[in-house]
Each structure stands twice: as structure tokens, then as C-alpha cells.
Design a protein around this ligand. Structure first.
Ligand code: NDP
Length: 509
């Protein structure tokens, strides 16, 4: 069992029951009343405290990724990649780094079902000696949008209608089939393929999706995409299996993860990277900063890096999973964000969401503390719920008489590696997607799904049973959209919608 502060609780050894301030309570279930049946007394502080605290037990749930599960584990370097990345966590084969992973769904509320068609979050916090590193990834290699200004709009369409408070197929498909949003096609193809409902968190991959920028110690740099591939094998649920499980056991994946780790059946993933030089990036037919594209594996082969294993359940879900705060802004030397606009926005937005959800000093919550490196930020002081001693008498500004050093001087400055120039302009990728934006979706359909029996049919079926709930004019847009991927897919979806409409009109009770 781990003794580090991310997984321990501070309780009184004699287990004498007290209030929250350590004052013993003799009769926790007795309220102080006037006489036998009179009104209660305000001086009964134990009652006041327990009711007042109960009313404040819930914190704002994440929006999105509210519903999730987590576990601790380790990353072990299996292959030397020091030519690509100078981060200490990769410095030698066999080196291990403690980590926490939180898996999640995206659109559902905190208590929603695990087995829904939705991307899965795959967020990993590495407690490295160079500070905490968060890889805030998904189980799909691409995303719905590539322009961050669309993010709140898009997420609203995945949540509830403001009037009916219902999930709404019109909202869902209306947004996506609007011409300037049709670039979502690649992600939607994956979401509605069999991989759209993983059978468990153990049976899915994680992908950085975004392009990152990694450097070696000489200052040579490349663009990087990370792939975290399950060692348990990919396993998925059909829409019908998932609907049944959602009704019978909405916490199916939480239970699967917890029980397997408890039994010692530790899930693991093999970590790979793809790398691309700045020169190669100029030659590929897509932008490396476009989150709707993958890097073809035959051109940019996967290179193995290490192994991630989850081997320790949290002792307390709230303290170690709900209060865990992941943000791509938490990074270590030699690993930097690229100019991908969605990643740039996430660097701000995730940390901002944690400040709102957990408070300004959320880095002091044990699960978020950089316990393997410690911190020294004398200018980050005070604020609500400051609980770590606030650096005592340290100066609250950096000054000539304080003793401090800068690590930065030991390594190449990555900001100097790429040079950007130009006027400030309102940037749009394109008002409507072109052939290049459909190409990888078509590749998936014609070259990948075609090789796995039944997958093309499942894709059409999964889209049909969802789109049947949208308005007829939106259904037509859906069919036209997928016809651009492949005419056969459009035809099959049309047939599936008709079949689902007929089943809706004649329900089997
Ligand atoms: P490859 O044949 O080299 O790679 C295809 C990849 O597709 C596989 O490695 C597998 O990813 C993934 N895959 C298999 N079945 C499914 C499915 N049902 N849904 C989603 N992904 C699946 O070809 P390319 O690299 O040229 O990619 C072809 C298409 O494959 C892409 O357009 C993209 O849609 C999809 N893909 C590509 C990935 C990439 O990084 N290049 C990653 C994932 C999907 P894995 O090995 O990770 O399980």
C-alpha cells in the first residue's frame, strides 16, 4: 500500500468520535432540546455543523467529463527515446513514475451511465521529479472541432435541451451537419463505429489527439502524437448490449475497473509515440495542428516508449478522483504544447475550470500536489483555502536577497524554436470542409472497417437508430453528409433510419 500523500488519510489513532475540530462528541444522535419536546437550541453546534456541512458536500461537477472513475499506477520506460525527449521520466529504461488515471464519459452528468455512446476521457497525471505532468487525452485519436470558439456550442448540443431538459437528437445532428461544422465527420465515424461504446475502460486505447512538441537535451525538436494502446485488447459493446447494461448496472465500468484492480488483475497499456519533423509537417496534406486528422501510421510509424499499469485503487473516491484536477498546462521540461488552437485553448480552460470547481489553491489538494518534486513559488500566495503553511516567512516576491535559481538556464528555450509572424486576424479553418476533411473518414470506412466483418453495417445501424429521433429535414442532412464519405454508407444509413422509424411506430411491448 502506498504511503505517499496522494493516497493517505489523517485520522485520530484512538478513533474517539469528535466534531470536525477534534472536540469529542458523547451523544452524536441526541439533539439538545428545551425540555422533552421543546424547540432545539442553536448552541447544539454538533447538529449545526453536521447539517451545514452536509448541505455543502457537493462541489460543482465537471462540465464536461463529469462522470468518471480513477486508479493509481505506474509508468515504466521500456525503450530509449532520449533522442526525442529530454524529460527525466524517460531518462533510462526501467525508470518508474507514479501516476493517476481518470477515465470518463463526456456529455453525461456525474451519476449517468457508463456504457453510453460517447468519447471517453483518458487523463493521466504523472508525479515526476520535474513536477506534475498531465496527459489529458481521449479514447479517440481525433475530435469533433478544430476551432476552440466552437467548444461551448458543441458541448451544449451533447447535453440537454434548455426547455425540455432532454437529450436532443435535433441539437446533436443539427450542429454537426451545419456546413462549417461538418469537419466533425471523422470523429463521428469513430464514435458511431463499434469503438463508440468500449466494453470497459480496460479495453480501450488513449490518444493525445493533439500534436505536442517534444525536444531532446540538444534542443532538437519534433512534433509528437502519443498512443496508449490497451494490453487487454479492444472490446466493445453493441448499442443493444449497452442499453441493457445501462439499465441494469449504470456503474458497469466503474465496477469492472475497481474489482479487477482489487483482485490483482492489473490493467496495462503500452505507450507509443509518432514523431514528425517540422520539414515533414510542411509536406503532409493536412495541418498538424488540425485535431480532426490522424497521422497515417505507414508514414509515421508507432515507436514504443513504455508501459502504464494501474495497480492501486483509490482509498477515497472524492479525495482522489473527484478532486483530481487535470490540465494540459501541467507539463514538464521538454514537453510543450504545439500551436494546435484547441490545445492552446485547453491550456487556459482546463486550469480555469479547476479553479472554479475546486478553488484557487486546488494544487494544494493532496492528489494534485507535486509531491515527487515539491514546489517553490513564493509569488503564488494566500487565496481561499490556503492550507500548506503559505511558505511561512518567505518573501512573496522574487528579489535579490532571496536565494533561488532558475532551472530554465540548464536547457534550450523551446519558445525560440518556432518563429511565428503575421497580423492579428480572425482565423477560420474553412467555411465548409473540403475533400481533405473527408479523406480520413473515407479511409476508415473503406480500408479499416471493411476488413472487420460487420463493422460497416454496425456503423450505419448505430447512426440510423440515433438519427431516427431527429427531424426529417435533419435526417436528410445526415444522409447527405455520410454520402460524402461513401455513397454506400449514405444508402445504408437511409435504410437503417427507415427500419428504426418503423420499429418506433410499432413498438414491441
Ligand atoms: P492503419 O491501417 O495504419 O491504422 C488503422 C488504425 O485504425 C489501427 O491502427 C487502429 O488503431 C484503428 N482502428 C481499427 N478499427 C477501428 C475502428 N473500428 N474505429 C476506429 N479506429 C479503428 O491506417 P492509417 O494510419 O492510415 O489510418 C486509417 C484510418 O484509421 C484513419 O483515417 C483513422 O480513421 C483510423 N485510425 C488511425 C489512427 C492513426 O493514428 N493513424 C489511430 C486510430 C484510428 P489502433 O491500432 O490505435 O487500435
Amino acid at each position: 500500500m502506498s504511503q505517499d500523500p496522494t493516497n493517505s488519510a489523517d485520522v485520530r489513532e484512538d478513533r474517539v468520535v469528535t466534531n470536525g475540530f477534534g472536540n469529542p462528541i458523547n451523544e452524536p444522535f441526541a439533539t439538545q432540546r428545551v425540555g422533552n419536546h421543546g424547540p432545539l437550541l442553536l448552541q447544539d453546534y454538533n447538529l449545526v455543523e453536521s447539517l451545514a456541512h452536509f448541505a455543502r458536500e457537493r462541489i460543482p461537477e465537471r462540465n464536461p467529463h463529469a462522470h468518471g472513475s480513477g486508479a493509481f499506477g505506474e509508468f515504466e520506460v521500456t525503450d530509449d527515446i532520449t533522442d526525442v525527449c529530454g524529460s527525466k521520466m524517460f531518462e533510462k529504461i526501467g525508470k518508474k513514475t507514479r501516476l493517476l488515471v481518470r477515465f470518463s464519459t463526456v456529455g453525461g452528468e456525474k451519476g449517468s451511465a457508463d456504457t453510453v455512446r460517447d468519447p471517453r476521457g483518458f487523463a493521466t497525471k504523472f508525479y515526476t521529479e520535474e513536477g506534475n505532468l498531465d496527459w489529458v487525452y481521449n479514447n479517440t485519436p481525433v475530435f469533433f472541432i478544430r476551432d476552440p470558439s466552437k467548444f461551448p456550442h458543441f458541448i451544449h448540443t451533447q447535453k440537454r435541451n434548455p426547455q425540455t431538459n432532454l437529450k436532443d437528437a435535433d441539437m446533436f445532428w443539427d450542429f454537426l451537419t451545419t456546413p462549417e461544422n461538418q469537419v466533425a465527420i471523422h470523429q463521428i465515424m469513430i464514435l458511431f463505429s463499434d469503438r463508440g461504446i468500449p466494453a470497459s475502460y480496460r479495453n480501450m486505447n488513449g490518444y493525445s489527439g493533439h500534436t505536442y512538441k517534444w525536444s531532446n537535451k540538444k534542443g532538437e525538436w519534433v512534433y509528437v502524437q502519443v498512443h496508449i494502446k490497451t494490453d487487454q485488447g479492444i472490446k466493445n459493446l453493441t448499442a443493444e448490449e449497452a442499453a441493457k447494461i445501462s439499465g441494469e448496472n449504470p456503474d458497469f465500468c466503474q465496477q469492472d475497473l475497481f474489482e479487477n484492480i482489487e483482485k490483482g488483475n492489473f490493467p496495462s497499456w503500452t505507450v507509443y509515440i509518432q514523431t514528425m519533423t517540422a520539414q515533414q509537417a510542411k509536406q503532409v496534406p493536412f495541418s498538424v495542428f488540425d485535431l480532426t486528422k490522424v497521422w497515417p501510421q505507414k508514414d509515421f510509424p508507432l515507436r514504443r516508449v513504455g508501459k502504464m499499469t494501474l495497480n492501486e485503487n483509490p482509498k477515497n473516491f472524492f479525495a482522489q478522483v473527484e478532486e483530481a484536477a487535470f490540465a494540459p498546462s501541467n507539463t514538464v521540461p521538454y514537453q510543450e504544447p504545439s500551436a494546435d488552437p484547441v490545445l492552446q485553448a485547453r491550456v487556459f480552460s482546463y486550469a480555469d475550470a479547476q479553479r472554479y470547481r475546486l478553488g484557487t489553491n486546488y494544487n494544494q489538494i493532496p492528489v494534485n500536489c507535486p509531491y515527487a518534486s515539491k514546489s517553490f513559488a513564493p509569488f503564488i500566495r494566500d487565496g481561499s483555502m490556503n492550507v500548506n503553511g503559505n511558505l511561512g516567512s518567505e518573501s512573496n516576491y522574487l528579489n535579490n536577497s532571496s536565494k533561488y535559481t532558475f532551472k530554465e538556464t540548464e536547457r534550450p528555450i523551446q519558445q525560440h524554436q518556432e518563429v511565428w509572424d503575421g497580423p492579428a486576424v480572425p482565423f477560420h479553418w474553412a467555411t465548409s470542409p473540403g475533400e481533405i476533411d473527408f479523406k480520413q473518414a473515407t479511409d476508415l470506412y473503406q480500408n479499416v472497417l471493411s476488413k472487420q466483418p460487420g463493422q460497416q453495417q454496425h456503423l450505419a445501424h448505430n447512426i440510423g437508430i440515433h438519427a431516427v429521433n431527429a427531424r426529417p429535414d435533419i435526417q436528410k442532412r445526415v444522409i447527405d453528409w455520410f454520402t460524402r464519405v461513401d455513397p454506400n454508407l449514405g444508402k445504408d444509413i437511409k435504410a437503417e433510419i427507415a427500419k428504426a422509424a418503423s420499429a418506433k411506430a410499432n413498438p414491441k411491448l
